[in-house]
Ligand binder design. Structure first.
Ligand SMILES: *[C@@H]1O[C@H](CO)[C@@H](O)[C@H](O)[C@H]1NC(C)=O
Ligand SMILES: *[C@@H]1O[C@H](CO)[C@@H](O)[C@H](O)[C@H]1NC(C)=O
Ligand SMILES: *[C@@H]1O[C@H](CO)[C@@H](O)[C@H](O)[C@H]1NC(C)=O
Ligand SMILES: *[C@@H]1O[C@H](CO)[C@@H](O)[C@H](O)[C@H]1NC(C)=O
Ligand SMILES: *[C@@H]1O[C@H](CO)[C@@H](O)[C@H](O)[C@H]1NC(C)=O
Ligand SMILES: *[C@@H]1O[C@H](CO)[C@@H](O)[C@H](O)[C@H]1NC(C)=O
Ligand SMILES: *[C@@H]1O[C@H](CO)[C@@H](O)[C@H](O)[C@H]1NC(C)=O
Length: 788
């Protein structure tokens, strides 16, 4: 077994990639399976044994041209109306509008299409307002500004309609108080202590459907009365859902840009919160309005974020969250806005003065750019590219009215599913009700396989289809000559890949009635197959031990066939540059590198960049810090070049977090910046990419400031230090002399002790007595010593 495998692998290694592809075709034994491989063609009457050949071999005289079955893609444009604006009937902003396409599996087609923004395109703006008591000021302001808002929008399009709705919350505990008295007048005083006229709470009310009569709008806004509720989050999601799905009650026009401005000062209830009031039925995203009021607030739970995202997308609605400036609430809606594709957020100032600017800015943001999306299923891959001057992912920005933007949609069927090879896909600009409808037929079958011919040629046990026998169940063999009983009467040469191959069935199977039956592997995930057992589905490249990175299937010849979105020999690479796009400037690898296999490979330039997005370099260390500086300054210290509004609009790609003290990180990804501001204060922050896109920035809460120098202290200091130096000098001198004296004295004392006389003795005095010495004694002593 081992030897066989080694042989098999060496065989694989000897094959070049091209030969792999060729052998990949060879293993397909019916026409349908053959043409599902992009580069294979079927030969009905081949000159050799092999029917399914690689298209590069067609010239090799393996087959007559007329016998080749090789369906190719076809396109037919069914509708291509020229661009027009609404003045002459329907607006046309995308062309062509309808095409019919036939493609083989794996075959790519590049569909060129164009988008142009029409002039005077109608705009429908529906204003939904939270009318809990705290919002009264904002309502007043909106009423005053209604006219101006309309006039401003009329400047953009002469076809503008405006509507107004409001919401409070579900009318049940714990959302609103159900005490009868409270139900009647839920609030008495507003926050300024003024008494207000307060109406019963309700879930969602449509005060005025979309209309061109702005005076009526203003009137209705003024007439709308505030109400009160108990808990802090409000039932805005119910209102959003109804406003989106109730097309008739709200009056949304099909051909118009749809804008919902959602204005509130509180968080929202989401799916699941309804359980608090015993409402367990999930929201069904349907319209339940009667007499302009939402009637099923107690029957259905709040919708979920993804439901809102979905219905907004399906109904081409853009949502602008106009949130009253409370940091906590704004943060919540920022997060929400990230989860809802066609949405933006703006911050209302204290008295909603900037509501017009906010609507206008967001409107411009919406119309300035276009994102193309398609609803293709995972069986069909659709990639959108553009050659416009400001491309973004799947779209373009900075486009102006009348500009024609060229797009390409690369369409590629990935799968053949039995019985459902016709697809309708739409490619459309998001939030617009126009699209290209593509009728796509995936060519998965050969025409000839529907004709069953010559049963005699197939031993009357099958039929000839596209030149090969399609045997009845229980029969097999080239001409269906085998069945289970005869299966051992073998012609072994049929089981060899070529005449001089010594091995039967590539050594990986046995021969039954001229057909290879491949060995089964002990691992059920591994399979040997192919006419000569020359294929398997386990010897493809692996990454971290995972076959084809587990993102594709392993095909004959060791080729990974990757799922949509992945590429590379082992499907290890994403096939888009999205993960290399630096989030704050939308440039691939910051313009200093190439995206390779989903990772940035930075150019070898004069200044060498590195880092996840090629945005770090030794000499520009400070540069990235400087880039982040204004946002960190305004977010944390409310200082720097950005004022609060600019901070909101320019610093969207990260939110700095304040900490007491930065951690000493040894992680290479964490970069620390220490900067000095105009007041000579130092502040430090760290940044790091936490996942694909998100920058995490932490900054020290407090700047460290040195005060101005204190002159008096300085002078005193100088005097002090001069004095100190003097004292030290004196002390040193004193110590030196003392030590010297001590030494001298000690010397003197020493010498004195060496003297033999007593202090009281006179050195000149001699004693009058003389000592007598006995010479004998001495001799004796000497002799004694000698004798010893
Ligand atoms: C309409 O546009 C003109 C010029 O573009 C401008 O002067 C005028 O102020 C605008 N009107 C409103 C109401 O914004
Ligand atoms: C709707 O209004 C009409 C007339 O104003 C009234 O008869 C009807 O009962 C109302 N329906 C509901 C559900 O409130
Ligand atoms: C867009 O494509 C059309 C033809 O399809 C071409 O004539 C035109 O020059 C292109 N425009 C740009 C900006 O590439
Ligand atoms: C895409 O949208 C069109 C039109 O809405 C629809 O007919 C088609 O079934 C959709 N295709 C898929 C794959 O959902
Ligand atoms: C088979 O042998 C012939 C000559 O004996 C040689 O030309 C041919 O290349 C061989 N084929 C293979 C696949 O080894
Ligand atoms: C190999 O083929 C077998 C049988 O079709 C299948 O069960 C198995 O999942 C395949 N393995 C891989 C890695 O595709
Ligand atoms: C900040 O954003 C405003 C518009 O919102 C823009 O005019 C300004 O140039 C931006 N400032 C910087 C430094 O990017």
């Amino acid at each position: 077994m081992l030897a066989r495998e080694t042989l098999f692998f060496s065989l694989l290694i000897i094959f070049s990639l091209g030969e792999n592809r060729i052998s990949n075709c060879r293993s397909k034994d019916t026409c349908d399976v053959c043409i599902q491989e992009p580069d294979c063609v079927w030969c009905v009457r081949p000159r050799s044994e092999i029917h399914c050949i690689h298209k590069s071999q067609v010239e090799d005289n393996l087959c007559d041209k007329k016998d080749i079955v090789n369906p190719t893609g076809q396109i037919k444009i069914l509708q291509d109306k020229p661009f027009s604006s609404t003045e002459n009937g329907e607006a046309v902003q995308i062309r062509p509008q309808k095409i019919k396409l036939k493609l083989r599996k794996g075959e790519e087609y590049s569909l060129q299409f164009q988008y142009a923004q029409a002039e005077n395109y109608p705009v429908d703006l529906y204003y939904i307002m939270d009318l809990s008591a705290s919002m009264e000021d904002h309502r007043d302001k909106l009423a005053k500004l209604g006219d101006k808002l309309a006039r401003t929008m009329m400047n953009i399009t002469n076809n503008f309609r405006l509507g107004f709705g409001s919401f409070v919350d579900k009318v049940d505990l714990p959302f609103v108080s159900t005490v009868p008295q409270k139900l009647k007048t839920p609030c008495k005083l507003n926050k300024n202590g003024k008494s207000v006229i307060c109406v019963s709470p309700y879930s969602f009310k449509n005060h005025i459907s979309l209309t061109g009569d702005y005076r009526k709008f203003t009137e209705q806004v003024l007439q709308a009365r505030v109400s009160g509720n108990l808990d802090s989050p409000e039932g805005g999601f119910d209102a959003l859902m109804q406003a989106i799905v109730c097309k008739n009650s709200i009056g949304w026009r099909t051909q118009a840009r749809h804008l919902i401005v959602f204005s509130t000062d509180a968080e929202f209830h989401i799916a699941g919160d309804g359980k608090l009031a015993g409402i367990v039925e999930p929201n069904d995203a349907r319209c339940y309005m009667e007499n302009n009021t939402y009637t099923h607030d107690l029957a259905f739970d709040y919708p979920s974020v993804s439901q809102i995202n979905h219905v907004a997308k399906d109904n081409n609605i853009n949502i602008v969250f106009a949130i009253v400036n409370k940091k906590r609430v704004v943060d919540v809606y920022k997060k929400l806005s990230e989860s809802i594709e066609n949405s933006n957020i703006g911050v209302l100032d204290e008295r909603s003065e900037n509501v017009i600017k906010l609507v206008l800015d967001n409107y411009n943001k919406i119309v300035d750019s276009v994102t193309i999306s398609s609803n293709s299923s995972s069986d069909i891959e659709v990639k959108i590219t553009s050659t416009c001057s400001h491309p973004k992912i799947n779209g373009c920005t900075n486009i102006h009215i009348g500009e024609i933007v060229n797009f390409t949609a690369i369409i590629k069927p990935l799968q053949c599913t039995k019985g459902s090879n016709k697809h309708v896909i739409t490619v459309k600009p998001e939030a617009l009700d126009e699209s290209i409808v593509i009728d796509l037929e995936v060519l998965c079958d050969c025409d000839c396989s529907s004709q069953a011919l010559d049963p005699q040629k197939c031993s009357n046990s099958g039929a000839l289809r596209c030149g090969v026998c399609d045997c009845d169940p229980g029969f097999f063999g080239k001409t269906c000559e085998c069945n289970k009983k005869t299966s051992d009467s073998a012609d072994v040469s049929l089981c060899k890949a070529s005449k001089n191959d010594t091995r039967i069935c590539s050594g990986l199977g046995f021969c039954r009635c001229g057909q290879c039956q491949c060995y089964q592997r002990s691992n059920p995930d591994e399979k040997i197959f192919g006419k000569y057992c020359d294929c398997d589905n386990y010897s493809c490249k692996r990454v971290n031990g995972r076959l084809c990175s587990q993102r594709g299937s392993c095909e004959c010849g060791g080729i990974c066939k990757c799922q949509a979105g992945w590429t590379g020999d082992a499907c290890e690479c994403p096939d888009s540059d999205n993960s290399c796009v630096k989030p704050d400037n939308n440039l691939v690898c910051n313009g200093h590198g190439n995206c390779n296999c989903g990772k940035c490979e930075c150019f070898d330039e004069e200044v060498r960049y590195s880092g996840k997005y090629c945005d770090e370099c030794p000499t520009c260390e400070g540069q990235r810090c400087e880039e982040l500086r204004p946002c960190v300054e305004c977010q944390i210290y409310k200082s720097g070049v950005f004022n609060e509004e600019e901070c909101q609009s320019n610093c969207t790609f990260f939110q700095s977090e304040a900490v007491d003290k930065l951690e000493n990180s040894h992680d290479e990804q964490v970069k620390t910046c220490t900067l000095v501001d105009e007041n000579d204060c130092t502040f430090a922050f760290q940044y790091e990419y936490v996942n694909e896109k998100n920058l995490k920035v932490t900054a020290e809460k407090e700047k460290i400031c040195r005060g101005p120098p204190n002159i008096l202290a300085w002078i005193l200091g100088v005097i002090g230090s001069v004095l100190l130096a003097g004292v030290i000098l004196l002390l040193t001198w004193k110590v030196c002399t003392t030590v010297h004296d001590r030494q001298e004295y000690a010397k003197f004392e020493n010498e004195r002790q060496k003297m033999q006389w007593h202090r009281n003795d006179n050195p000149l005095y001699r004693q009058a007595t003389s000592t007598f010495k006995n010479p004998v004694y001495r001799t004796y002593k000497l002799s004694k010593t000698r004798s010893e």
